[in-house]
Design a protein around this ligand. Structure first.
Ligand code: HEC
Length: 121
């Protein structure tokens, strides 16, 4: 239990660290590739992702995902953990979407990139 509380505290801290940091150019390129990969892989079939069609609702909305503390309520929401989750979401309700490690890293960069919608706060 103590470990769980420490983990949640760590999640909250890492969540705050990312606020207001502008993406670097390399990150922007990865994010652009990730947007294309997310579209190609059909993530929009189950998720609302601004700029990606369609906007399915059987999975949680991924709008402003970079502001979330946790991935699927389990993992710290850092780009590297997000890429790992995308490659193997088997501990969660998300069915595995076959993709390369490169796609996973690019999509993680995309979901952690600057405002994906006009409604971003
Ligand atoms: C067949 C439907 C389906 C498809 C297609 C799908 N997902 Fe998911 N996804 C889910 C479900 C259901 C969950 C909820 C998992 C959970 O919380 O246990 C989820 C969870 C997630 C989460 C964590 C959301 C949160 O609120 O923490 C991310 C990020 C994610 N998916 C990204 C993607 C990406 C990127 C793709 C495309 C490569 C994709 N998903 C394709 C159904 C889908």
């Amino acid at each position: 239990m103590g470990v769980r509380i420490a983990f949640i505290a760590a999640l909250l801290l890492t969540g705050c660290e990312n606020v207001g940091i502008a993406p670097n150019p390399a990150g922007a390129e990865a994010a652009a590739r990730g947007r294309v990969a997310a579209e190609r892989l059909g993530c929009g079939a189950c998720h609302v992702i601004p700029g990606i069609w369609p906007a399915g609702t059987s999975g949680p909305s991924l709008e402003n995902f970079r502001h979330r503390a946790a991935i699927a309520g389990r993992y710290a929401n850092r780009p590297d953990r997000l890429a790992d989750f995308l490659l193997d979401p088997s501990e969660t309700a998300m069915p595995r979407q076959p993709m390369s490690a490169r796609d996973a890293a690019d999509i993680a960069a995309f979901l952690h990139s600057a405002p994906q919608s006009a409604n971003a706060r």
